[in-house]
Design a protein around this ligand. Structure first.
Ligand SMILES: Cc1cc2nc3c(=O)[nH]c(=O)nc-3n(C[C@H](O)[C@H](O)[C@H](O)COP(=O)(O)OP(=O)(O)OC[C@H]3O[C@@H](n4cnc5c(N)ncnc54)[C@H](O)[C@@H]3O)c2cc1C
Length: 572
């Protein structure tokens, strides 16, 4: 079934729900006029519908291969990468002086969703390029920016991020890859990295690896890590790829999904690299790329949610079973109450997750444009929620999509199961969703909950505006915001880290539930309190919002009961 890019939905969200007009009104993003944004989204939608969507199934059945140390891409994926580059997808938010378009992250976020929804496997390498461009623009010396960013933005070269090692997954500080200074500004990099997305390919003239490694005087843990740029081919004076660097792909993973995306084991064998940022400050630099990628991965979940929803809806409109009390009585399954419940809640979930992610992108844009610490705090707070809730929503909707297909859901030819197989890893990579939740209740609450409470104030302010026109929505949203406020105070007051972390995932999910209701309310208000957006908001508030109470109660439950069960008890 072909993918349809939801361009009109993005424009509604940007204009009426997440405050994009405020972003476009800044000097920094003055170029992002409604016409420019509309043209960019429309053209991007066309590329995703026409170029990427046909690759979704073929990439699944014709995986990437490793041939004599070279990764061979699935047919069509190299051409697609260049089509994406030509359409400006890679350098969309990159610096104009180095070949980027300088557009807001809000626009990049819509592009990332469309790439993911039309063919998730085709989105991973573009996301690496976007993130690396941002990391280099913030932390690399000028010569490195001038050499690498234009080539990454044009798609001539591709990019990777190398954190993970066999013993260093979530615990990045355990990495053992070594960097030795050569005394002339270059470093020798030695070690093994695993699970490296796009570690090699046969469509880019060079691959620019960003690699975390430890210098001889680097302290143990994350504080002693530095970041290096290690190209596949060492650039000549004129910038063209020269001698092969001392690195290679030693294996490709066979995965549950994303068969067209090469996941590589990389061996760095005294490879030549250059420092990015300051010595021992590598995690700070890598976080620029990781934060970019976290929102991008959230969009992967949301893109898949959109694709799975479109797929399920089309099937439900056609498949006939039994007789129904409504419609023509001939029983297209969309008319059955339970199938309708699944479809309506899918749509309501999708709106909530998308609105949260776009609100995060708008906050990043306002931070970039104004350097206001309050916007920085808002962006930081929303990033783990956008990543975890976006990917959880992708998984949940892909699962519901299979259910709507009945038996055909598990038959590969329908494509319903592929959404689930492909999206499953998004809740794991780029920091597992558990790690995102710990970040939310840990680092993001180090301000005593100030940024969270400011957002809750905003949610409650929104309900005031809706109290007269939409009392049946405003009342429950206000009540939920109060429950979230109390839970936030309780989280901040919890000093035992085990108790705090035991409640982190339910807290994040409860927060997202309430935030989703806030944006639904805004959408309902924007259409004047009557119409399909108001009806969808009713579905969300009646059927999904109530879950927040249970989640936020669990968030406050502490960890004692979990540890009352010993390891032996678990195994018994
Ligand atoms: C397809 C794919 C592509 C990838 N691409 C890249 C890439 O391009 N570059 C790269 O560097 N890495 C990449 N990764 C690696 C990915 O980021 C890691 O898999 C992820 O960070 C989790 O690490 P791990 O697999 O070692 O799991 P572990 O860290 O072993 O985690 C196992 C479980 O324990 C939990 N856990 C671990 N530590 C804690 C803690 N302190 N508190 C609470 N819970 C904890 C986790 O949440 C998880 O549920 C990729 C992985 C995959 C599968």
């Amino acid at each position: 079934m072909p993918y349809r890019a939801p361009v009109a939905e993005y424009r509604f969200l940007l204009d009426h729900v997440v405050g994009f007009p405020q972003v476009a009104a800044t000097d920094r993003f003055a170029e992002a006029t409604p016409d420019v944004v509309a043209a960019m989204l429309t053209e991007a939608g066309r590329v995703c519908e026409e170029v990427l969507s046909p690759l979704q199934r073929s990439g699944d059945t014709q995986p990437t291969r490793l041939e004599n140390g070279v990764v061979r891409m699935s047919p069509g994926f190299g051409e697609a990468y260049h089509a994406l580059a030509d359409a400006g997808f890679l350098g969309v938010a990159g610096p104009v002086e180095h070949g980027g378009l300088g557009l807001p992250m809000s626009v990049a976020t819509a592009l990332n969703e469309m790439m993911s929804g039309s063919c998730l496997a085709s989105h991973l390498t573009p996301l690496m390029a976007q993130g690396q461009i941002e990391a280099l623009a913030h932390h690399a010396p000028e010569w490195m920016q001038a050499l690498y960013i234009p080539k990454l933005a044009s798609g001539e070269w591709s990019a990777t991020m190398n954190l993970t090692e066999p013993q260093a997954g979530s615990d990045v500080g355990a990495l053992t890859t070594r960097a030795e200074p050569l005394g002339d500004g270059r470093y020798r990099i030695t070690g093994q990295k695993i699970y490296i997305t796009g570690g090699d390919n046969d469509f880019a003239a060079n691959v620019s690896h960003l690699v975390l490694a430890r210098l001889p005087d680097g302290a143990p843990g994350t504080k002693g890590i530095s970041l290096f740029l290690v190209p596949k081919f060492l650039p000549r004076e004129d910038g063209t790829p020269g001698t092969p660097n001392a690195l290679r792909v030693v294996g490709l993973e066979h995965k549950l999904g994303l068969h067209a995306s090469p996941t590589c084991t990389m061996s760095y064998e005294g490879a030549t690299g250059w420092l990015v940022g300051e010595e021992h400050k590598g995690m700070r630099c890598m976080f620029t790329m990781m934060n970019n990628a976290r929102l991008g991965v959230g969009m992967q979940g949301i893109g898949v949610a959109e694709g799975a929803f479109q797929h399920a809806l089309a099937y439900a409109m056609e498949r006939r079973q039994g007789r129904t009390p409504v419609g023509d009585g001939r029983g297209a399954i969309v008319e059955h109450a339970d199938v309708r419940r699944m479809l309506a809640t899918m749509k309501a979930e999708l709106f909530a997750a998308r609105a949260i992610a776009f609100a995060c992108a708008a906050a990043i844009d306002m931070e970039t444009a104004t350097a206001d610490p309050a916007w920085a705090a808002r962006a930081a707070l929303l990033t783990p929620i956008a990543k975890a809730f976006g990917t959880d929503t992708g998984l949940k909707l892909a699962d519901t999509g299979i259910q709507i297909h009945g038996g055909m859901g598990v038959i590969e030819e329908t494509g319903a199961a592929q959404y689930w197989r492909d999206v499953r890893v998004t809740a794991i990579y780029e920091g597992t969703n558990g790690i995102q939740a710990m970040d939310l209740v840990g680092r993001k609450m180090a301000d005593g909950g100030e940024a969270a409470q400011a957002l809750i104030d905003e949610i409650e302010g929104g309900t005031e505006a809706a109290r007269d026109r939409l009392p049946d929505l405003a009342g429950p949203v206000w009540q939920a915001a109060e429950t979230l406020r109390e839970a936030t105070e309780a989280v901040v007051a919890t000093t035992d880290p085990t108790d705090r972390f035991a409640g982190s995932v339910p807290y994040l999910k409860g927060f997202a539930r309430v935030l989703g209701a806030h944006y639904h309310l805004r959408a309902a208000l924007a259409e004047g309190g009557t119409g399909p957006r108001t009806a969808l908001a009713q579905v969300y508030v009646r059927r999904l919002l109530p879950e927040h109470a249970g989640l936020l109660a669990e968030a406050r439950a502490g960890g004692a009961d979990l540890y009352a069960l010993s390891d032996e008890d678990l195994a018994a």
